[in-house]
Write a protein of this length. Structure first.
Length: 387
């Protein structure tokens, strides 16, 4: 197999997973990251079984297992704390042969950085412009230097500028109508069972507690709000007290226990599915390719799938980079577009875009044995390129 010179723009979980996969396949990879100091926004991430299988295949199985959460069941309660449904995740894990691994973002990033090797990553330098010809791609860096490569992986995130180069127009990020506060708190029985993903739903809002390893819960609060509400850290607790006044005791306890200094407050956006992921030797990966709402917990997992498919396409079309990338596009376009749209639909149902549908969902939850929810999770996982 011919070893290629590959530049990756962005050292998020997409860029780093891609760098690792491409290194494993024998390519020479260098990552340029715009920021000088990496500090992931957000506390944790649930890596569902499809993402975990890819990290396992890239050699991170033991490390991920050692530091991630052990999530064995799932439940929904209403805002008074009455259980609507509660069920084991074990049947899903047996069907797809891999448990989910919720993990601290900082730990995941650290594992990926170590695996790629810091000497292959330059921080504080961005990829600004590209020019390509039949034989290669020239990447102009923010230092003013130009590096030549066989291909450029644009993993520059939801605000991607390289996306414009591929799409041919400036694709708009659209606000999807809700704000998410997320962070971590120590596990304690008055909040939730240590191995359960517990969610409270009502008034088109949601509160979630998920075991994330290190004896901590990853928590988040979702509240539908107009775009552009003030984001003032010293008001987070008061805001949450107000939005969740009268909700069940564990929700009140959680609000009192959060450390606002370590909470991220995010307005949730997505981008309409693209109809192109590739332009010649430039390929989009991760949020640059498919920016979605977090309602399926799949944004990062899809970036991992992208990395896996890219590696395999390059192997299949050894030496013919444009053909390999065209194959990548063919394999990824429909999969990621489908997930962006399903995440948006889930987002709308959860957050009251149509209040009648949200009420129907609350009613369904009260009748749910777990079978339908597990089937949905399984469908997403089994669409993965790595079974
Ligand atoms: P990013 O992590 O955004 O990384 C892009 C990097 O590129 C950044 O470091 C940036 O500084 C750098 N960069 C930008 N421009 C340039 C440039 N020109 N040159 C060089 N570098 C550049 N996903 C899941 O799978 N499970 C979950 O449970 C989950 N929960 C989520 C919860 C919330 C609240 C949110 C907002 C998202 C969630 N996601 C989840 C989605 C997940 O966080 C993203 O899909 C994932 O972080 C995308 O990784 P990325 O590497 O593509 O982009």
């Amino acid at each position: 197999m011919q070893a290629l010179n590959i530049v990756v723009a962005g050292a998020g979980m997409g860029g780093l997973t891609a760098a690792l996969a491409l290194q494993k396949a024998g390519h020479r990879v260098h990552v340029y990251e715009r920021v000088a100091e990496l500090a992931p926004v957000g506390a944790a991430i649930s890596i569902w079984s499809n993402g975990v299988k890819i990290l396992n295949a890239l050699g991170l199985k033991e490390q991920i297992e050692a530091v991630s959460g052990d999530m064995r069941s799932m439940s929904y309660q209403d805002q008074q704390g009455q259980t609507l449904t509660r069920f084991s995740l074990e049947p899903l894990y047996q069907q797809v042969q891999q448990p989910a691994r919720p993990i601290a973002r900082a730990l995941l990033q650290e594992l990926l950085l170590e695996a790629v090797g810091r000497e292959h990553i330059t921080l504080g330098v961005s990829c600004e412009q590209v020019a390509q010809d039949a034989k290669g791609i020239d990447v102009t860096l923010s230092t003013g230097d130009t590096v030549r490569a066989d291909l450029l992986v644009a993993a520059d995130g939801t605000h991607s500028r390289l996306r414009t180069e591929v799409a041919g127009f400036d694709s708009e990020r659209e606000y999807r109508g809700y704000v998410n506060w997320n962070g971590r708190v120590p596990v304690s029985a008055d909040l939730a069972d240590a191995h359960e993903w517990k969610q409270f739903v009502g008034e088109h809002k949601r509160v979630s507690l998920m075991p994330m390893g290190n004896d901590e819960f990853y928590f988040f609060f979702d509240v539908p709000l107009p775009k552009g509400t003030a984001n003032q850290r010293n008001h987070y607790r008061d805001e949450l007290r107000q939005h969740f006044a009268g909700w069940a005791e564990p929700v009140q306890t959680l609000i009192e226990r959060i450390d606002p200094e370590r909470v991220a407050r995010v307005e949730i956006h997505d981008v309409d599915p693209l109809d192109k992921l590739v332009k010649g030797r430039l390929v989009l990966l991760g949020d640059a390719a498919h920016s979605m709402t977090p309602d399926l917990g799949q944004g990062g997992c899809q970036a991992m799938e992208d990395a896996w498919v890219l590696m395999n396409c390059l192997e299949q079309y050894a030496g013919d980079v444009p053909a390999a990338l065209a194959q990548y596009e063919a394999q990824r376009l429909e999969r990621v577009a489908g997930i962006v749209l399903r995440a948006r639909k889930r987002c709308d149902t959860t957050h009251g875009t149509d209040p009648v549908k949200t009420q129907e969902w609350y009613d369904e939850l009260a009748q749910e044995s777990g079978v339908n929810i597990l089937a949905g999770l399984r469908q997403t996982i089994e669409g993965s390129p790595l079974q």
